[in-house]
Ligand binder design. Structure first.
Ligand code: AMP
Ligand code: ZN
Length: 472
């Protein structure tokens, strides 16, 4: 598989560190509000990456954190903890907010067929791991204490900036609220590893530490959780492009200084979902959720298809019109699958060639738009319905668009509608006679019966499920 690596700014052949497992880490949601459909674009594409790796035969172990402490409203370490902001907004405790929005996040994932990673770890579960890393960084001289907080000293690094191929606009979501200088920092990029002091003294969750009662910084959470479950190396780290700086840059700085060697080989960044007024962001207040789409009658699968139709390294513009187009495409696709009549046997050679084309698209830096085209190619292929259905079942282990189950439902709905249709012995009798005439190749008689029915005010249509009639 070829993947674009944001750290090298090149498309690279993916080669995992270990033969038996691909170690994959994903930055999880900050659970102070609902995930918006922009966040979920990132989780959909990461889900497809995991499934594509499995499709290629890799065994994947994927870990994701839940940020329930330490993610401040400004990435410059000066804002209020977002969890506390959420708790104040809703007059609830931080723990209640975390539980409510974690559950809401997984409910959204279920609707979008996003698989839950093998390990999901709330940041508040791993305080001992963060303290150990911070202690080691202090011992190594990579961190310092100032004004009650522990800071990472970026001047100890040979190279700090890793991902500089994104523009200022992409970083704008990262630097959410107004940025204030922290006078304790020795260098402008230094960042907090452990807080005991901030101007927001009402921080709800605090733990004992060698430096006083306090709480971890956001960046240390991902390093600590990744190392706890995946050890001291990582194959792929993913997140939205706004996480590249400063979050991932800081993760690399502290992890590699702690470990004394390279930490992660491939960095996979999903670009943003934008609206016509700019980036969709939780802190902007008004944003679109999966529930909102559903309340307007949209099937979450249409949103998933909308995301898959574009490449993860391009910004994607959301508009209702674009989503409507995806709805039409999805409905047509499902109707075509529903019209396939199984039972004619699988042509293994044809199936292998369809699968090969699909895998090729995924292996080309996760080209999901071309992978979706492979679905249409399978439907168009000169082969049996069983081969097509087998190909679609295989593709859907990655695309997760409910291709077969939605088609099955469509067929069942159509059958139920037929069963509920009006019956009439005279009309049904004439239709049966017409069928016999057609069978006997007596087309003149078949046409005569059609005309007779028309004269009676009955219009007939031939469908794969038989001849239907309605009064005109
Ligand atoms: P958060 O819950 O804010 O920590 O973000 C969760 C994930 O969504 C992160 O990987 C972000 O980089 C990503 N993200 C944030 N805004 C957008 C957006 N507008 N489009 C796509 N991904 C986003
Ligand atoms: Zn992270």
């Amino acid at each position: 598989m070829y993947l674009y690596n944001s750290a090298s700014r090149k498309r690279e052949l993916f080669t995992p560190n270990h033969e038996d497992v691909v170690k994959m880490y994903t930055c999880g949601p900050t659970v102070y509000h609902y995930a918006h459909i922009g966040n979920l674009r990132t989780y959909i594409m990461e889900d497809v990456l995991e499934k594509a790796l499995r499709y290629s035969g890799y065994n994947v172990k994927r870990v994701m954190n839940i940020t329930d402490v330490g993610h401040l409203a400004s990435d410059a370490d000066t804002g209020e903890d977002k969890m506390l902001k959420g708790a104040k907004r809703e007059n609830k405790s931080v723990m209640d907010i975390a539980k409510f929005y974690t559950d809401a996040f997984f409910a959204d994932c279920a609707k979008l067929n996003i698989k839950i990673p093998d390990v999901v770890e709330p940041a508040t579960n791993c305080i001992a791991e963060y303290i150990h890393i911070v202690e080691t960084l202090l011992e190594k001289g990579s961190a310092y204490l100032a004004g009650g907080n522990v800071y990472f000293d970026t001047s100890t690094l040979e190279k700090y900036y890793i991902f500089n191929d994104h523009n200022e606009e992409d970083l704008a979501v990262g630097v959410r609220d107004s940025v204030e200088e922290d006078a304790n920092k020795r260098n402008k990029n230094d960042f907090v590893l452990w807080f005991t002091k901030s101007k927001f003294e009402d921080q709800a969750l605090k733990w004992d530490s060698p430096w006083g009662v306090g709480y971890p910084g956001w960046h240390i959470e991902c390093s600590g959780i990744s190392m706890k479950h995946l050890g001291d190396d990582l194959d792929i780290h993913c997140g939205g492009i706004d996480n590249a700086f400063p979050h991932h840059t800081n993760e690399i700085a502290q992890s590699e200084s702690f470990l004394g060697h390279k930490w992660c080989n491939y960095w996979f960044h999903v670009h943003h979902l934008n609206t016509d007024t700019g980036k969709m962001s939780k802190s902007k207040g008004e944003f679109l959720t999966v529930s909102l789409l559903e309340s307007k009658g949209y099937d979450p699968m249409a949103y998933r298809l909308f995301c898959l139709q574009s490449h993860y390294r391009r910004n994607l513009v959301f508009s209702w019109e674009n989503l409507d187009n995806a709805v039409v495409a999805y409905d047509k696709l499902i109707a075509r699958i529903a019209a396939l009549v199984p039972g004619d046997g699988v042509d293994e050679a044809a199936l292998a060639s369809l699968k090969e084309r699909f895998a090729e698209a995924l292996n080309n830096d996760l080209n999901t738009a071309v992978a979706v085209t492979a679905v249409y190619d399978a439907l168009k292929a000169r082969t049996t319905a069983d081969t097509k259905l087998a190909a679609l079942a295989s593709f859907d282990t990655v695309l997760s668009l409910n291709l077969l189950s939605a088609a099955e439902k469509k067929r069942a709905d159509a059958a139920a509608a037929t069963a509920a249709e009006e019956t009439d012995p005279v009309i049904d009798g004439l239709i049966a006679q017409r069928k016999e005439a057609k069978k006997a190749k007596n087309f003149a008689e078949a046409d005569r019966i059609r005309d007779e029915l028309k004269a009676m005010g009955i219009e007939i249509t031939d469908t794969p499920q038989g001849t239907k009639w309605k009064r005109i």
